[in-house]
Write a protein that binds this ligand. Structure first.
Ligand code: BTN
Length: 257
């Protein structure tokens, strides 16, 4: 166990650090267990998408946590995790990180990393949650070209030649663990103003893609106390919950997300 009270396990290869912790959660206590993998054979992103990472050029890890609350109180967890990671990156010299609801870490409009939060438990609680994080550290140009969405990596946003992944991982994990602790007592309210400062969608015209394939156009006006996305459209305020929708900027060439 390290100074932040985390048990750290490093695996050469797993299918997905999230899947592995979720499987274990059925029989063992995953609270404060950090699983780091050099390689994932079936990395997962949000809404059924895959997550590819470059061995040696990415950070992929998941942190297990037990919350006394039921899952309905964890709607802002992904956002709180984003705030924690952005803060740790900032302290490590990677500035101007923005957050795109609900789970993307961006730098100048390009995706730097993502968060996948999953949970299991009974309705009143407790809930076992897994917060999975993927961050691009150094992605070869040929791989960047293969990815349809604009991505970036830490190597592109710093002058530093060598990036110490172990040191960075420790900083990210400690900040994340401290934030999950805060979330378990104070909820998303403790993170809302920091989220607002980094909100990449704020005041932007956006298109929300609904599960049935239809879209809603409107202006993003922030998130509510539960971390739900708020969109203004025709004088009405609409609310979207993490997990059900995908959102992108409308009419943008330079920032097509
Ligand atoms: C997204 O942007 O859609 C979320 C990506 C989350 C990727 C991380 S990598 C570690 C953990 N294990 C997974 O399979 N996914 C998350």
């Amino acid at each position: 166990m390290n100074s932040a009270g985390l048990t750290i396990e490093v695996a050469d290869s797993v299918d997905s650090t999230n899947s592995e912790l979720l499987r274990r959660a059925a029989g063992t206590d995953i609270h404060r267990h950090l699983l780091v993998a050099e390689r994932q054979t079936a990395g997962r992103g949000r809404r059924g998408r895959g997550w590819s990472a470059v061995a040696g050029g990415s950070l992929t890890f998941s942190l297990g946590w037990r919350f006394e609350q039921g899952a309905e109180r964890l709607g802002g967890l992904s956002l709180a995790a984003g705030v924690a990671l952005a803060r740790a990156l900032d302290a490590s010299g990677y500035h101007d990180i923005e957050l795109k609801w609900p789970n993307d870490l961006l730098h100048r409009g390009r995706k730097l990393g993502g968060i996948l939060t999953e949970s299991s438990g009974s309705a009143p609680g407790p809930t076992r949650a897994v917060v999975g994080v993927g961050i691009n550290v150094r992605i070869p140009a040929e791989i960047r070209r293969e990815v349809a969405a604009p991505i970036t990596d830490l190597a592109s946003i710093t002058e530093t030649e060598a990036i110490d992944r172990n040191d960075l991982l420790a900083r990210l994990a400690i900040e994340l663990a401290m934030s999950l602790q805060t979330y378990s007592t104070d909820g998303f309210a403790a993170f809302r103003s920091q989220w607002r400062r980094r909100d990449a969608l704020r005041d932007q015209s956006v298109q929300v893609l609904l599960p049935d394939g239809s879209t809603v156009l409107g202006v993003a006006v922030g998130v509510d106390a539960d971390g739900a996305l708020l969109i203004e459209r025709g004088g009405r305020r609409l609310r979207f919950v993490n997990g059900e929708v995908s959102v992108r900027r409308a009419h943008s060439v330079s920032r097509p997300w």
